[in-house]
Ligand binder design. Structure first.
Ligand code: ATR
Length: 268
């Protein structure tokens, strides 16, 4: 590192558990870039754009709880991030403008498409929070047919209405007609690793099943699905893909995915 080193980072609160620094620094190194990636514990997100301009920070990942609040203080937000209502990436453009985008969305689709195409497929999305919104808009943008499945009816219907898609209450979900199932709820996350958001009877062998949880990497849902012969995609793959898209936004180079996967796996 020297006076020319380009600085990137992640802002969140808390941020000490973030796996992004290990993954992005490995990517910068593999690509031979004079760049580094740091973690910033931030409680005043509105001050971050000025800090980036003052210090010449080139790009920033945005994580919980700042993905919504940051939108108001950027110079621009791209249309997909506006539709989702959340930004996870800030990029400093050549003219100095700080622009927000959302790579969770395309990252989820890239992870899913590692198992097969999404276009034309009926995709049941369990949950209706921020992560469900990013996955659902991504599915629709990729030509898939999202179906929102949620425990709380009003919240599920609100997301389904925003998409113009169908809604099914979680209690009435059977899996019938589903090609791809994506869990965006926290059910099954450590320490509650015996739990699954749906019973095994909702799964069948022709489905692709993805969980966005990556602690543990193989959730109960994914082990149930794998036992039935489903294709499975774990949450680490989505995490890697959203990070790879950030790398590509910032550097305009293709991301060293295998290096990033190896680095991310080592953090688990
Ligand atoms: P995020 O922004 O990370 O997606 P969130 O906004 O808290 O997180 O959303 C969590 C989602 O998981 C919600 O859809 C929630 O369902 P409700 O709308 O009914 O609250 C869902 N969820 C969380 N715990 C759940 C549980 N035990 N069973 C079913 N769904 C659950």
């Amino acid at each position: 590192m020297d006076a020319a080193t380009m600085v990137y980072g992640v802002m969140g609160h808390p941020v000490g558990h973030s796996r992004s620094p290990v993954m992005l620094n490995a990517a910068f190194q593999a690509a031979g870039l004079n760049a580094c990636y740091l973690a910033f514990d931030v409680t005043t997100p509105e001050k971050v754009p000025d800090a980036m301009r003052t210090l010449g920070i080139c790009g920033m990942s945005v994580t919980i709880p700042h993905k919504v609040a940051i939108m108001d203080v950027l110079d621009g937000v791209d249309p997909m991030a506006l539709a989702i209502g959340a930004v996870n990436t800030i990029t400093r453009k050549a003219d100095g403008r700080l622009v927000g985008s959302n790579t969770d969305c395309a990252g989820a689709i890239a992870a899913l498409e590692s198992a097969g195409p999404v276009a034309g497929k009926k995709v049941a999305i369990l949950g209706a929070g921020g992560a469900a919104r990013a996955v659902a808009f991504g599915v629709q943008n990729a030509g898939g047919i999202p179906v929102i499945v949620n425990r709380t009816i009003a919240k599920g219907e609100a997301l389904a209405n925003a998409l113009g898609s169908a809604f099914v209450p979680l209690a009435g979900f059977t899996g019938d007609g589903t090609d791809i199932l994506v869990n965006t709820t926290s059910v099954g996350m450590a320490p509650d690793t015996d739990a699954s958001p749906v019973p095994k009877t909702c799964l069948s062998s022709h489905m692709t099943v993805m969980d966005i949880i990556y602690t543990p990497r193989t959730t109960r849902l994914l082990s149930d699905a794998a036992a039935l012969g489903c294709k499975v995609v774990d949450g680490l793959e989505m995490f890697i893909r959203q990070g790879a898209l950030q790398f590509e936004n910032w550097t305009k180079k293709s991301a060293p995915i295998d290096v990033m996967r190896e680095a991310a796996c080592k953090t688990l």
